[in-house]
Design a protein around this ligand. Structure first.
Ligand code: MG
Length: 157
């Protein structure tokens, strides 16, 4: 067995859609980044690559490469999952935490779990996801950005 951990954070900005876990959430701001800046998908990708010892998403999808500009991160996650499978690892379980003061994410949680599970090719019950606030503390609490953590457990195929 292998474990992997991933973390990502992006800044909230005007005029961007808010995409989290592959789901577009109605909100006055969205996350800024080279791709769609989906912090949940990015944290999960890094956890998968970490567990499989395949480097990180910065290496796989450099943000200097115009091919990845505006990318749908769910497609990037699919590519990561394929690479991890090709390296001989199966995703047994994953758990994700989104740190976000607003908007409320609970209504979108199951849709995000389904999207992420579909992208990595597992049943939705293998993907845990929840959101928490920081009671106003830090950059997430001030509404400057959103972060996400993910852990995975991989088993040899
Ligand atoms: Mg990122």
């Amino acid at each position: 067995m292998r474990v992997g951990i991933g973390y990502d954070a992006h800044r909230l900005a005007e005029g961007r859609p808010l995409v989290l876990g592959g789901v577009t959430v109605a909100y006055e701001k969205g996350l800024a980044g080279h791709s769609d800046a989906d912090v949940v998908a990015h944290a999960l990708m890094d956890a998968l690559l970490g567990g499989a010892r395949l480097g990180d998403i910065g290496e796989m999808f450099p943000d200097t490469d115009p091919r990845w500009a505006g990318s749908d991160s769910i497609l990037l996650l699919e590519a990561v999952a394929t690479r991890v499978r090709d390296a001989g690892w199966l995703l047994e379980d994953a758990d994700c935490v989104v740190v976000c003061e607003a908007p409320k994410l609970a209504p979108h949680r199951d849709a995000m779990r389904r999207r992420l599970a579909e992208a990595v090719g597992v049943e939705a019950d293998r993907i845990g996801l929840r959101a928490t606030t920081t009671e106003g503390m830090g950059f997430e609490g001030r509404g400057e950005g959103i972060s996400a953590h993910a852990v995975v457990l991989l088993a040899p195929a």
